[in-house]
Ligand binder design. Sequence first.
Ligand SMILES: Cc1cc2nc3c(=O)[nH]c(=O)nc-3n(C[C@H](O)[C@H](O)[C@H](O)COP(=O)(O)OP(=O)(O)OC[C@H]3O[C@@H](n4cnc5c(N)ncnc54)[C@H](O)[C@@H]3O)c2cc1C
Ligand code: SF4
Length: 507
Amino acid sequence: MKKLRLILGDQLNIKHSWFNRSEEGCIYVMMEIKDETSYVLHHIQKILAIFSAMRSFSEQLKENNFNVIYIKIDDKDNEHSFKKNIQKIINKFDINIFEYQQPDEYRLDSVFKKFKSLGIEVNSVSSEHFLTSRDSVKEFFKEKKQWRMEEFYRHMRKKYSILVGDEKPVGGKWNYDAENRKKWNGEPKTTIDFRPSHNHEGLLKAIDAEGIKYFGENQATNFRWPINRDESLTLLEQFIDKDLCNFGNFQDAMHDENWRLFHSFLSFSLNTKMLSPLEVINKAEEALYKNKLSLASVEGFIRQILGWREYIRGVYWTQMPGYENNNFFNHNKNIPDWYWTGQTKMRCLSKSISQSLENSYAHHIQRLMIIGNFSLLAGIDPKQIHHWYLGIYIDAFEWVELPNTLGMSQYADGGLLATKPYVSSAAYINKMGNYCSKCSYNYKEKIGDNACPFNSLYWNFFDRHQDKLSKNPRLGIVNSQLKKMDQNQKKEINKKANEHLDNIAFL
Ligand SMILES: Cc1cc2nc3c(=O)[nH]c(=O)nc-3n(C[C@H](O)[C@H](O)[C@H](O)COP(=O)(O)OP(=O)(O)OC[C@H]3O[C@@H](n4cnc5c(N)ncnc54)[C@H](O)[C@@H]3O)c2cc1C
Ligand code: SF4
């Protein structure tokens, strides 16, 4: 029996049971497909990272005596279609069985389900990466009206016995979120950027020669993302040793001269499955005791992976297809051009977007409370925002990006995922970062010539969506402040907000 097994660009899991031993007559295939780069406009670093990590994985398999066919982007006989490439190999090698690991994207899942028509036996297997099945979240919440991450997270802590003793949380509390909100003023000092460095000029040339469209800085001669398991493990160790101790305290902080602060940079390695979530969680838990770290830091980090990451994936699979079409507020403004250049006078946005264009990375609060916050306040079409996020970030794969962007950040699902819209005025941005002090706008003003756009847009957002938000129990304070607001003041604020919206291209 001859077997063909497909490995996707985000299935670089050397610990998968497929690789426990090499099977006679089994061929593995990996392919660089043009359409996989163009379903949205992508950051060049994301394309370089995925292709180079795939190439590195295929080399590792070959070194371990697996029989691998690797189809490069510029190979003459690359059909640039999964099915056509697979069919050719089936015919050439008289393959009897075709197998694939279940993809994490609905789009590819649907394409692969049609592989039944290949005319041979087709099997799909688990990717053996996640801690839950596709349906776990749906099962967990089946009797419940609201899908709250915290409940699911506690269940996961108990199920995997993470930071748990006798069914109770270590330290007495399940969640130390309240201790995750310190501003960073330069101390403690952050460590150097310890990511690896590569030269991907050759690959960039091949991508260019194939006419693939992209945006963002390529950094091909000094490419900084990990592209194999060894580099990912080193990154994990460095993070645990040097930065995890400060992760919790400064998780929500922002700083114009330090775009990483104490974040781990592990999302690309996790999402391409070079690292498993459980090994990352176990290492962090181990460090709590071994390195005597603060529980708030370790719990804050573990919550992101054991809680948010698995929960978000579950939401994705219960809501697809169609989740991408949600638009609770009927927002329909186009993305301003400066989302592609970073050229706006709003310093927090300029810094966060420029950094994303330069590094294909922004940390959680920049994504949520700067770029996402403005997009929601300004009423930009959530699908355009979704496509922008899916293209720009190194770790953006639809199963994790879509619920985070459309649900958590844009509230486009009407509150399935977030209990209230994540929006703020400039006060929060000034509290958590240092962008405001050198901004052309004044963070304290709502309506003056230099007033920060976030301020009037914030009140205008709640005012124009009262029909949808006035009964939200988590918005009691803001709704009552809006009710009590002097009518003339409200009029002035709305006037200023509309001025900003009319001039959004020049803000
Ligand atoms: C609008 C928006 C879009 C996002 N899009 C993506 C995306 O496309 N891909 C992605 O992996 N994450 C996404 N996130 C979540 C989070 O911002 C990134 O996981 C994180 O910034 C990656 O950097 P890091 O590895 O340094 O993370 P750290 O801050 O060090 O966190 C550790 C790990 O926790 C996990 N994690 C943290 N928050 C989340 C979350 N909300 N959902 C899922 N996993 C989480 C990630 O695996 C991350 O690597 C998004 C968040 C928002 C608000
Ligand atoms: S003043 Fe407003 S626009 Fe400027 S950095 Fe602060 S929040 Fe951003």
